[in-house]
Each structure stands twice: as structure tokens, then as C-alpha cells.
Design a binder for this molecule. Structure first.
Ligand SMILES: [Zn+2]
Length: 250
């Protein structure tokens, strides 16, 4: 058995992972197709994260379940992913406890990834008890070709054709074939999800600070990361997050 990520889904998960030095994570919609567990999409839910832990908000998970049912999208919410930021992609003791809890009523697929794009995946189910690490495959789904790229190709191939430069015509055709079959590069994926930010997040996200007696909580709505911090560190964090927010709002 293996877990299969279509390249845009993989790119989205990796993009979120690399947007923060904290851990982060979420869920995903999966269906089983023969020996493959296909991940149709990944989502985030509100969470409390530090550099070495992440906890998901139960109400956020329930909302995701509900939304998925109403929208009637493929797969089931039986995939959970989280990042280990710059650390190794391996199962910690906490991860295994979490996997046990989540899989006590049926099968679940899990992945842990890091900034380098390393990944470990597993399938757990209660009965008959199966707890196996499984391979991961990234399925290249072609990115859409832009109108500018397409027009550029048409002009170049026309020029080569008129010049009877058959070598160049062939090179142009090979180029377009490659463009039409490959998935997004990291850079293109970044641009893709930056575009998602423009459309769905810009101007809507905010930083909330809940002051406690000894510790305060920062909630950063962009990829929702939340963090409990000491009073002394608060000002520094607020300044850093405001700088980041200014960058996004430009
Ligand atoms: Zn972990």
C-alpha cells in the first residue's frame, strides 16, 4: 500500500509547512483505490502550535467534517498530516499516541513532513490491527499553461516553421509537451498558493493576542499558528508577526 499525493496537493502541504518555523498540520480527504490511498485535498484547522508540538481544535475538525459532507467532495476525512519543521520526518512518541487515538474507530492515514520535503507515512487500523509504514508517491498533475506561455510558444514555433528550422520546431514541440505533462515546481506552487492567499486571506487575517497572567497566547490567522509564549518574548513576537503581515498586505 502507498499514499498518493497529486502534485498540487503535495505542493500545498509543503508550502504551508515552509511558511512557518513552528509545527503545523491539518487533515485531508482520502479514498482507497486498490493498493493506493489517494489524497484528494489537504486542509488546515485552527491549531495551537509550538516549535515541537501541534494540537488541533476539536470544533475546527468537526466543522471540516460538516463542510466536507455538505460540499459532497471526494474521499473521507481520514488523513492527518503535520510538519516537524526543520527536524526529521519520523514518528515521535506523541505522534504514535495520537495515531492510536485517531484510529481507534477505523483506518486512518498519517503523514509527517519537514521543510526539506522529507515524508513518512503510515496506515493504522484497529481490527484486525494494522500499523504499517507505507510508501509515498507524488503524482505529477500538469499545471495549467498560462495564456502568455501559450502565445509565446505559438509565435516561436511559427517563426521556426517559416525559417524551415526543423530542429527548432522539434525543440519547441518537445518544450510544450514537457510543460503539458509536468507538475508545478516549488516556485510555481509557491506562486499558486500566494495567489490563493490574495483571493481568500488577504485583509481577512489578523493577529490576536490573549494576555494571560504569566503566559500569553498569540493567534496568527494566516496559516493559523497559535503559540503560548512568555511575557518577555511577547513584544518581540508581535513585532515579527506585524512585519510578516505588512509583507503579505503589500
Ligand atoms: Zn510529530
Amino acid at each position: 500500500m502507498k499514499v498518493v499525493f497529486p502534485s498540487p496537493v503535495w505542493a500545498k502541504m509543503l508550502y504551508w509547512t515552509r511558511k512557518t518555523d513552528l509545527e503545523c498540520g491539518g487533515f485531508g480527504y482520502v479514498s482507497i483505490d486498490g493498493p493506493d490511498a489517494i489524497i484528494h485535498d489537504v486542509i488546515m484547522v485552527p491549531q495551537v502550535a509550538t516549535g515541537s508540538s501541534v494540537e488541533f481544535d476539536a470544533a475546527g475538525i468537526a466543522k471540516a467534517q460538516y463542510t466536507h459532507r455538505v460540499e459532497n467532495k471526494p474521499g473521507e476525512l481520514k488523513f492527518q498530516w503535520h510538519s516537524h519543521n526543520t527536524m526529521g520526518a519520523f514518528w515521535s512518541g506523541t505522534d504514535k499516541n495520537n495515531m492510536e487515538t485517531l484510529s481507534q474507530h477505523g483506518w486512518q492515514i498519517f503523514s509527517v513532513i519537514n521543510h526539506k520535503g522529507e515524508i513518512q507515512s503510515a496506515m493504522w487500523q484497529p481490527s484486525p490491527e494494522i500499523r504499517i509504514d507505507i510508501d509515498t508517491e507524488i503524482l505529477e498533475i500538469p499545471r495549467p499553461l498560462s495564456a502568455v506561455e501559450y502565445d509565446g510558444f505559438m509565435v516561436s514555433v511559427q517563426q521556426a516553421y517559416e525559417a524551415k528550422d526543423w530542429h527548432q520546431v522539434q525543440a519547441e514541440v518537445e518544450w510544450i509537451q514537457e510543460q503539458l505533462t509536468r507538475g508545478p515546481t516549488d516556485k510555481e506552487a509557491g506562486q499558486m498558493w500566494d495567489a490563493e492567499f490574495e483571493a481568500n486571506w488577504k485583509g481577512k487575517h489578523k493577529v490576536q493576542i490573549t494576555k494571560g497572567k504569566k503566559r500569553s497566547r498569540i493567534q496568527h490567522d494566516f496559516f493559523p499558528s497559535y503559540m503560548d509564549i512568555d511575557e518577555e518574548d511577547l513584544e518581540e513576537w508581535v513585532a515579527a508577526i506585524n512585519r510578516e503581515q505588512e509583507g503579505y498586505n503589500k
